[in-house]
Ligand binder design. Structure first.
Ligand SMILES: Cc1ncc(C[n+]2csc(CCOP(=O)(O)OP(=O)(O)O)c2C)c(N)n1
Ligand SMILES: CC(=O)[C@@H](O)[C@H](O)COP(=O)(O)O
Ligand SMILES: [Mg+2]
Length: 649
């Protein structure tokens, strides 16, 4: 493939008269790939690249990872029949070519928009998608389970394939799965898609090991020799014999790597060029027939076929749409105010400069959390542990024991991977780990796997932890000050959104104390964190009609009991608002504490996210749909005040 911008077709007038993507347009499923000619498969790869580049003109989407797996995806669908066989793409962000060749070309322009295709595998879209995923590291476990299920239910003729990236590969779960697979010895194909990248350049000892495998002469200079050797090994002979022949020759020449896998009873084959369709097919046909678990190491280039993406795969992981290329970055919302993430990063940098006990830990989300300047400025206190959230939390606990003040900067949804470490290593020991919980709320186009809607609930149940949420920009730093001055675990949650700029006096944040922002005699809106802007906007809209007070709750745990008392005892309606699922959230904590103190909760209304998984879409759209936009809060206030008939639901 020509690694050049020219690889992406232009839009000439003559082209537009013809079908733009003739091969893709005709695909109802992936069956046709199995009989396509080599030249058609090459043309198909070019069509897929063109579709991906056109998509990027219109919206933010996962880009470089998808460009890098086009040939791999085509070869997989040529050599397996995934209407019958099982295919699991780890994480699932690189599934666009797979969607295109499995009959979703015509819907593809809707991807990542409300009601459109999901940006991840989705079983309700296609039989080719087995699990709805978005979190990294689970593919080999589910594949081992699928194979085991097939064997127990009489489907041993089915093949099972897991494709996993080198960034996801060091996850603890992967090694748990290999441990099990090596013992079970069931047939399983693991494709390791090694592009030397996570979102940022990958880190850790496994990455170094993969580097060693890639620099092996087997892959570099002498690869063709070995390929030639393989040509002489009959394709349909005994696979074990064939592998042994390959290994014998490899070992003789000192060429074979992968001993880590071999020692775990996983056959290792590769590394091979992941952009050469015929070569990929040849190896896939081989590993398909092998007995037991096999790992095929495939080397690809993230961003392949579009030069800017190949040169800067970090930016092109999820770049902003071309038409808004001037925007600061994908996480900067349209209001133009800087996002909470930026305020958090600046506050962290300040604390690290002031106090050399403060460390920062990320689980492969340096770019998303905007931590690059901190990585540069404090290399000794910056720890990217890879996609290993459980480890990140236990590691932080270890640092605490030695007198350090670690900050785990992590997306709310990914912290779910560390649940037991939060329990045992942090809260049970009552260690002062600070969790900066980014993306806590509706994250938008990533959808149900990425919305951070459960953290208050899953953290609140543990003794010792404090949970707070800033309602506006300047609170972020003050909350971090309070957290680091406190000798117990603390979580600070904030969404993927711009931070409201409020001109408030700079008083320190006191643990367990809320802040009244606006007085009002007809009722009170109590906003938790990010909902403060919607609450204030609602109060403004109601002005002249209803005089509504607004409280910035700040704490879900410990909740401000004086605030609970005073708001209820005012005898007017109280509406709690939060960007979190209703069950176990802030409103739930509010009502629990009111009931415990025998307060009358009949005029308390809790606005929160429904008890169901929320689809992908624009955040504002989703907030409105969930009754959390300013207009919907206004309607609930009118209804609570008896100005309009009550909602039927
Ligand atoms: C549990 C979990 N942690 C973090 C992430 C965020 N994340 C998504 S893709 C990615 C990088 C994955 O790298 P790799 O598997 O090598 O895929 P590539 O993008 O290189 O194709 C990360 C860190 C995630 N999806 N799930
Ligand atoms: C696949 C994945 O998990 C990440 O790429 C995620 O989509 C990043 O989300 P943000 O764009 O909010 O950083
Ligand atoms: Mg990778």
């Amino acid at each position: 493939m020509n690694n050049d911008e020219d690889a992406v077709s232009g839009n000439s007038k003559e082209d537009s008269k013809e079908k733009k993507h003739p091969l893709l347009e005709g695909l109802v499923d992936a069956q046709a790939l199995r009989t396509m000619s080599r030249s058609d498969l090459t043309a198909l790869a070019a069509e897929i690249r063109d579709v991906l580049c056109n998509l990027l003109a219109t919206r933010t989407a996962h880009f470089a990872s998808n460009l890098g797996v086009i040939e791999l995806c085509i070869a997989l669908h040529c050599e397996f029949d995934f209407q019958k066989d099982h295919l699991i793409w780890d994480t699932g962000h690189q599934v666009y070519p797979h969607k295109l060749v499995t009959g979703r070309y015509h819907e593809f322009p809707s991807i990542r928009t409300r009601g459109g295709l999901m940006g991840y595998p989705n079983p309700s879209e296609s039989v080719y998608d087995l699990f709805m995923t978005g979190h990294a590291g689970a593919s080999i476990s589910t594949a081992v389970g699928l194979r085991s299920g097939d064997l127990l239910t009489g489907h041993s003729d089915r093949r099972t394939v897991a494709v996993i990236g080198d960034g996801a590969f060091p996850s603890g779960m992967v090694f748990e799965a290999l441990n099990n697979a090596g013992e079970l010895e069931d047939d399983l194909t693991i494709i390791l898609n090694d592009n030397k990248m996570s979102i940022c350049p990958r880190v850790g000892a496994v990455a170094t090991y993969l580097d060693r495998l890639r620099s092996n002469p087997y892959y570099t200079g002498l690869k063709t020799e070995v390929v030639r050797l393989l040509e002489h090994v009959p394709m349909f002979g005994d696979p074990t014999e064939r592998l042994l022949a390959q290994m014998k020759e490899g070992v003789k020449a000192g060429l074979l790597g992968g001993m880590l896998f071999e020692e775990l009873n996983i056959r290792y084959v590769g590394p091979i060029d992941g952009h050469d369709i015929p070569l990929l097919r040849k190896y896939m046909a081989m590993v398909r027939e092998m007995k037991g678990p096999v790992l095929l190491h495939v080397v690809t280039e993230k961003g392949h076929g579009y030069k800017p993406a190949a040169e800067d795969p970090v930016f092109f992981h999820t770049p902003p749409a071309f038409r808004v290329e001037q925007a600061e970055d994908a996480a900067t919302p349209s209001s133009g105010c800087p996002p909470f993430t930026l305020h958090a990063r600046n506050a962290i940098a300040k604390k690290m400069a002031e106090d050399d006990r403060v460390t920062i830990i990320t689980a492969a989300m340096c770019q998303g959390n905007k931590l690059e300047p901190i990585r540069e400025q404090f290399p000794d206190r910056f720890f990217d542990v890879g996609i290993c959230e459980s480890h990140a939390v236990a590691f932080a606990a270890g640092q605490c024991k030695m007198g350090l003040r670690p900050i785990v900067d992590i997306y709310s949804t990914f912290l779910q991977r560390s649940y037991d470490q939060i329990f045992q290593e942090v809260t049970l020991q009552d260690l002062p780990v600070v969790f900066m919980l980014d993306r806590a709320g509706l994250t938008g186009p990533d959808g149900p796997t990425h919305h951070g809607l459960f953290d208050i609930g899953y953290l609140r149940v543990f003794p010792n932890i404090v949970i707070m949420a800033p309602g506006y920009a300047s609170e972020v730093e003050r909350m971090l000050d309070a957290a680091l001055a406190y000798d117990h675990p603390v979580a600070i949650r904030y969404p993927k959104a711009s931070a409201l700029e409020l001109d408030r006096n700079i008083e320190p944040v006191e643990i367990g104390k809320s802040e009244r922002i606006r007085e009002g005699i007809d009722g009170t809106i109590i906003a938790f964190g990010s909902m403060l802007d919607q609450a204030l906007a609602a109060a403004e809209i109601l002005d002249g009609d209803l005089d509504v007070g607004v409280v910035n709750a700040r704490f879900a745990k410990p909740i401000d009991l004086d605030m609970v008392h005073s708001s209820i005892e005012a005898g007017k309606f109280v509406i709690t608002v939060e960007e979190h699922t209703k069950m176990g959230g802030f409103g739930s904590a509010f009502v629990e504490s009111a009931v415990e103190r025998r307060l009358d909760t009949r005029q308390v209304h809790c606005l929160a996210i429904d008890d169901r998984y929320i689809d992908h879409g624009d955040r504002d759209e989703l907030l409105a749909e969930q009754g959390l936009g300013a207009k919907q809060i206004v309607a609930r206030c009118r209804e609570a005040a008896g100005l309009v008939a009550s909602y039927s639901t």
